[in-house]
Write a protein that binds this ligand. Sequence first.
Ligand code: COA
Length: 146
Amino acid sequence: MFKEVKTAQEYQDVLLIRETVFIEEQGVSREEELDEYEHTAHYIIGYDEEGQPIATARYRGIDDTAKIERVAVMKAYRGKGMGKKVIVAIEQMAIKHGYRHFKLGAQTHAIPFYESLGYQAYGQVFMDAGIPHRHMEKYITDTEQL
Ligand code: COA
């Protein structure tokens, strides 16, 4: 269901989801959405049975930490476990590349979602793209996940 993005078409599908979710639905500007890490981050993409793109995320390696960003599930597919699958898939990809520590900036409404995946919030609320966020992190120590 989820695959590492390797082709220009798959990257276009990632952008289609982000355009729909972050720019149209959440009102983030295109300038903020498309950042300087576009071409160095690692992406995953998920498709439905008809081949429509439905979920995506990316990570960037910062020292020994994988920073997870741009997590999005198309509205019609939310609340069905798809978001959880996206996070597991991006974590697995980063684990394969040697990462064991993950962090992300969670929109505050999504904190319970990330907590259900083992992330813990720390620090104060901060604003990013006009949306309140908190930092969250997780260490993977359970060898069953490796
Ligand atoms: N509040 C509380 N719990 C939530 C939640 C919310 N807003 N969204 C999901 N959860 C919980 C679910 O109840 C579920 O818990 P369970 O496993 O105990 O049943 C768990 O988190 C996984 O939910 P899931 O169905 O996999 O999540 P999803 O497919 O709806 O995806 C988002 C979650 C946040 C990725 C999705 O809502 C989304 O794309 N939102 C718009 C973009 C966005 O805000 N991205 C996050 C940026 S930090």
